[in-house]
Design a protein around this ligand. Structure first.
Ligand code: XIL
Length: 319
């Protein structure tokens, strides 16, 4: 039978929650349709490093075992994110040397644990504001403005071969953020800071103009780095209507948007720069979006019962 991964000419991934793998349908789709796996949450700091002297590998290791069993690649998400800060870090008291030691130890322990088994890491996630300034996070506060570069160095020291990514959202709608990210890459190259790829999260919606997405892809390609559409989902309810009833017309628009994003990726990104496209979970019932936007939405290629939606055919069409 035709599956997404059998048709794709580049890695096609899904973000997975290891707890949902108990659901046979979820597991079967993850295994049958995708060639790459991202941990939706279980490699984030608050999950994997819940206390200063304790790491919890259970979720990440379960996903690693699943991926290995199915011949899939595991993409690591993410070493440093201001929204995934454990309580012990929020309460941490120490000078800048102690903070530096804290992130170095975290990065090198986690990268070391998966060394040789994981394909890539999103080293730092969402460090820029929409206007391109550095986001005022706990990391910036305690580590200073050059912390991103040092995180990449620490990751590289722990694994010379793993691909290192900078990941962020909204580059296709915030020119200032896109420019800041590209400037950072140019600066890293000048200074010899290791970086291999850029993640464009692409949490988008049916109304977002293709040409902005294409322009973002082109500019990202120009860095010469790997390009990952890392968290794709496509909302059909951008106005957050409280009582939205999905219509056929909306499903068709969603299908077209999936098709055109996949097609643009395939045509704009040269083969040797294609890290792939990852969809942010599997069924509409698993999506983070309703929680996030406090609204109804259905942004994924499978419905709540894991039946294929028109969006699924859109991906196939684009591939
Ligand atoms: C989200 C997960 O999907 C949710 O389950 C969790 O509650 C919060 O994080 N950008 C990212 C992802 O880089 O890690 C986020 O994932 C979605 C936005």
């Amino acid at each position: 039978a035709v599956t997404l991964k059998s048709v794709a000419s580049f890695p096609l991934g899904a973000a997975l929650n290891p707890k949902l793998l108990n659901n046979a349908l979820y597991g079967r789709i993850a295994e049958r349709e995708f060639s790459s796996v991202t941990a939706e949450n279980h490699l984030k700091m608050h999950h994997i490093h819940p206390e200063q002297n304790r790491y919890d590998w259970s979720g990440g290791d379960a996903l690693m075992a699943f991926a290995q069993r199915n011949g899939q690649r595991l993409h690591g998400h993410t070493l440093l994110w201001h929204q995934a800060v454990p309580k012990w870090v929020r309460e941490f008291q120490g000078d800048s040397t102690a903070w530096e030691q804290l992130i170095k130890e975290h990065i090198q322990t986690v990268v070391g644990h998966y060394k040789g088994r994981i394909a890539a890491w999103d080293v730092v996630n969402e460090a820029f504001e929409e206007d391109g300034s550095l986001r005022k996070t706990i990391w910036l506060e305690h580590l200073g403005p050059d912390y991103i570069a040092r995180c990449f160095r620490y990751a590289r020291e722990a694994d010379p071969d793993v691909k290192l990514f900078y990941n962020d959202y909204g580059q296709e709608s915030s020119p200032g953020k896109l420019t800041a990210m590209l400037d950072m890459v140019a600066d890293f190259k000048r200074r010899g800071i290791p970086i291999d790829g850029i993640g464009l999260q692409m949490h988008t919606n049916i109304r977002h103009p293709d040409r902005q997405i294409e322009n973002t892809l082109r500019q990202t390609v120009n860095t010469g780095l790997l390009v990952h559409i890392s968290e794709l989902d496509i909302r059909i309810n951008p106005d957050k209507k409280p009582d939205l009833v999905p219509t056929d017309a909306l499903w068709q628009q969603q299908k077209q948007k999936f098709a055109s994003i996949v097609r643009m990726y395939k045509t704009v990104v040269p083969k040797e720069q294609q890290h792939g496209i990852t969809i942010w979970n599997i069924g509409d019932g698993d999506s983070w979006i309703p929680n996030f936007c406090k609204c109804q939405d259905f942004p994924l290629p499978f419905d709540k019962q894991y039946a294929k939606k028109p969006a699924y055919d859109g991906i196939l069409e684009g591939l």
